[in-house]
Design a protein around this ligand. Sequence first.
Ligand code: FES
Length: 227
Amino acid sequence: MRPTSYRTPDSQGFAFTPENEALARRIVARYPAGKQQSAVIPLLDLGQRQNGNFCSPGVIEHVAAFLGMPPIRVYEVASFYTMFNKQPVGKYLLQVCRTTPCWLRGSDAVTKAIKDFAHIEKGETSADGLFTLVEVECMGACCNAPMVQINDDYFEDLTAESMTRLLQDLKAGLPVQKGSQSGRIGSARQDGPHTLNHLPEGAYPEGILRGDPPPAPPAPPAEPPKS
Ligand code: FES
């Protein structure tokens, strides 16, 4: 049973805004009766976003009260997943991928560019509160290595120069280009297509794109049994 005191800001001073409380109720309603505690992760995410990207003890305790869970169980979830920030972070959380493909493609230089620009080391936040630098493992964009996740967005095909430009633009409040910073489309080859580059214009006959044989003609209708 959900306690009625969850509306009250807890000892850490956090409570959902009325809009987020309504959203939290809609999220909880997605789960079958008796399984509402399964909403703990989306509710922690909601609380963290409301709280400036910081999953504080107040967020954790408020979510626990909202779901009628012992706080320790919510602490266990929050401490397991690295996307919940247990320390305050800057406006821009810079997550540099350091796994092998990104490392081979220059993640060390990208990391150094961030350190030099923001005057921070790993795990630190810049004095102006704008940038926090952390290292993470593969984020699944290896084909566009090296890459950095900044808040919710991926920035790929980075160099020290493009990383520095990106930080300058973020600091100046300018719009930035997400995705590849080298101009390629998605993860297409950097030097253009090497296959399927002489296809005719217009609609293709059925089966041509995969080299399939043309579809078999429909079978004739079965003969009626002779009496
Ligand atoms: S190694 Fe960096 S995204 Fe996979």
